[in-house]
Design a protein around this ligand. Sequence first.
Ligand code: FCB
Length: 469
Amino acid sequence: MSETVDAARFPEGFIWGASTASYQIEGAVDEDGRAPSIWDTFSHTPGKVERGETGDTACDHYHRYAQDVGLMKTLGLDAYRFSIAWPRIIPEGTGEVNEPGLDFYDRLTDSLLEAGIEPWPCLYHWDLPDALHMAGKGWEDRACADAFADYANTVTARLGDRAKTWLTFNEPNVFSIFGYLIGYHAPGVSDHETFLDAVHTVNLAHGKACQVIRSNVPNARIGLAPNMQPVRPATPTIADREAARILDSYWNRAFAEPMVHGRYDPIMTKRLGDRIKPGDMETIRQPLDWFGVNYYSPLYAKAARNSTGMKMADPPLGADISLMGWHADPPSFTDALLDVSKRYPGLPIYITENGTADALPAGERDQNRIDYYTGHLNALLNAVDKGADVRGYLIWSLMDNFEWALGYRTRFGVIRCDFDTLERTPKASHDWLQALIAQSREPRVEEPPVSEFPASDIPDAAPADSEPD
Ligand code: FCB
């Protein structure tokens, strides 16, 4: 692989970071008052996660966070996006607050700040308190938006004096589609109407949480991390082109359009129907300070006779496919960033996830990850050259972790986590990234101006033997 990244091309003040999620790394699922989330129940249900793996221990970050912050510092990160586990804070979803849960995120925030790393807490990365789901009060229920706002209030009142950059949701599209439409993720529901209920509740929850953050956190910088993936028709037929339009609506527009513009696109407006009540769109549309983009690959759509009229299709033959089955295609990343810039102008963009998976044995060089980052960082820089206001790049992920329904088979980290010993070992991609980050911070050398004067007009430096004044 000969392609390289020119560190001098990154805009001045570019933020380098990493993202993780509570259920994927923390472990300690029944410690200090935490109650089960939908992911605990789902992963403990036979057949839901490969090999029956769970997040019970994961990377044990709950106990090893100080070591992990040290690793982030060595890597040279400016920012760290972590998510907060709602069932650690309000175990039943509503009602009593669990102080020891808040204490954990307090300690984490302080140790990040001590290391010179900006904390970017995300309020929801998929671990809904199971009690809410079991009572029928999860995302399918409008009232869940108020429960979420109360939880946001508790968390921001505690951390908002120190954490300024906040995210409401990670990939609302992925957890609503996978969790409520196709049942591949927790809570394992596959019902189109329930999915539509969840879409609207999540949007309301975002709006209400933004209001809470704004009032609790002085100088807050509010954003979120939606997954934005260009959708291509699997074939050029009219039917597949229509399927691509529908998938684009479900995947890319269902949340961003109402959150930024205060309206659903025509497909969603029709399908949501009278779920949309007077005043809802004003609640959902709150001022944002920046826009996050989680990006991995383009998507392919095919017409289908099901409740949505489409299904996801495989990438074309010959495409560079990762272990996840995702098409590694850097030009599509440039497209995604330019599309976001055009549709949601005026919002600085931060890449809140990007990376690739492998299943390499310990000690083997993860060249494929270096190549993926190289291609996608160049694609990002191309988008910047074409006018996209991209201010930072947070990798997925800091270390190998629990990859949802795939368990521990697929590794995304630049740091290896041995899931038996829990030992952390930086990979080749870590050292590569560390060097790139350091180079991007080197002072820019301006080309010296060409002198307009002939050399003879320039006074000589003082002769070596001259007396000092
Ligand atoms: C994203 C999720 C993240 C991780 C990566 C690989 O969809 O936000 O938690 O699983 O994919």
